[in-house]
Design a protein around this ligand. Structure first.
Ligand code: UDP
Ligand code: MG
Length: 331
């Protein structure tokens, strides 16, 4: 029988996840087997772990897993490059071997049962399916507030992102082929996929708490991601600064007229405090403006270097011209 069901590769970035992997890896395997049994995906589907330069036993665990079951595969980045680069490395590797990919975190926070619906949407003709969080009850008030402000700020600043979608998504190999022509080094995947186009839709799921281990996204990293997202996807902040500069210049001009008029009316008081506050205000605006411009200059600098976005140092399988050996039949 000719198998027309799509080959799925689940791409999972892992950074210092020795506590979580032994728990979640079998869950992903079970999901693949279940999806294949339902006839939604081909049996040659795989789970690809991307070790993002972990300092703990993560890579040993991935290597050991790959020996227990041929569905498990792993690649290792030469060093820690961050979540976005790890996902990209996995997707670019996967697209050589499969029809569809699903990227998901390895900590069990995203509901793997949403994959059924994602694959169904693909079979209906969608090439990108965004996993969208339906509720944030399990997040702390602070995480929820900062995350939701983040999406609003992003959209307000002109970076098109799907509300409450992180990096849990199905993307077809065809889209990834088109995506591989986006060469930027400053990655913000969730903002870049909407730019590629193709038919897309969303699937809703509930996000759980981390099964084990600690989050690698403290507030500082979240702020960095937000700043990267905005400045990689849009130049609106520069325009805002320009607009703001115009308003301040106008106000200053009125101030100058006022002070001259006041001088001739003879009501010159020792206006030390007003002088200082105006000086501070203008100084602040100027520094802010320089900072925003510097952010873009820095980005341009990084982009012009054309450095590789990821370097794969190890794989759990021998690369042959036809790719990895196919797993034994299931059931
Ligand atoms: N991750 C990674 N490289 C990093 C940081 C994180 O590959 O430098 C992975 C991590 O192993 C996890 C995913 O990215 O699978 C999301 O990280 P985490 O769960 O810590 O973030 P949160 O869910 O708290 O936002
Ligand atoms: Mg997490």
């Amino acid at each position: 029988m000719n198998d027309i069901r799509p080959v799925l590769w689940i791409v999972i970035p892992c950074y210092n996840e020795q506590e979580v992997l032994p728990i979640t890896a079998p869950m992903f395997l079970e999901k693949i087997i279940q999806l294949a049994a339902k006839g939604l995906i081909a049996r040659e589907s795989r789970i690809l772990f991307v070790n993002d330069g972990s300092r703990d036993r993560t890579w040993e665990i991935i290597s050991a897993l790959s020996e227990t079951d041929p569905h498990y595969l792993g690649i290792s980045q030469s060093r820690n490059r961050g979540h976005q680069n790890a996902v990209l490395a996995g997707l670019m590797e996967a697209k050589k071997h499969c029809d569809i990919t699903i990227s998901i975190d390895c900590d069990g926070q995203d509901d793997i049962n949403a994959m059924d619906e994602m694959v169904r949407q693909y079979l209906e003709g969608c090439e990108i399916v965004y996993g969208v969080r339906s509720r944030r009850d399990t997040d702390t008030w602070f995480k929820r507030f900062t995350a939701e402000s983040f999406y609003k700020l992003m959209n307000g600043m002109g970076a098109e992102v799907v509300y409450n979608h992180a990096d849990y998504r199905l993307v077809s190999a065809r889209v990834l082929e088109a995506f591989s022509n986006y060469h930027e080094v400053n990655l913000f995947l969730r903002g870049m996929f909407p730019l590629v186009g193709f038919k897309s839709t969303s699937v809703y799921y509930e996000r759980h708490e981390r099964i084990a281990g600690e989050s690698h996204y403290p507030l500082s990293k979240m702020l960095a991601l937000a700043l990267d997202g905005i400045t990689s996807m849009s130049t609106k902040p520069i325009r805002l600064i320009t607009g703001f500069g115009c308003v301040v210049a106008l106000l200053s001009f009125i101030g100058v007229v006022w002070s001259v008029v006041a001088h001739f009316m003879g009501v010159t008081v020792a206006g030390w405090s007003s002088m200082v506050s105006i000086l501070c205000f203008l100084g602040g605006i100027q520094l802010l403006g320089i900072g925003v411009i510097g952010e873009y200059v820095g980005k341009t600098y990084m982009e012009t270097k054309h450095r590789p976005r990821y370097i794969i140092s190890e794989k759990t399988w021998e690369e042959k011209s036809e790719g990895p050996a196919s797993p034994p039949d299931i059931g």
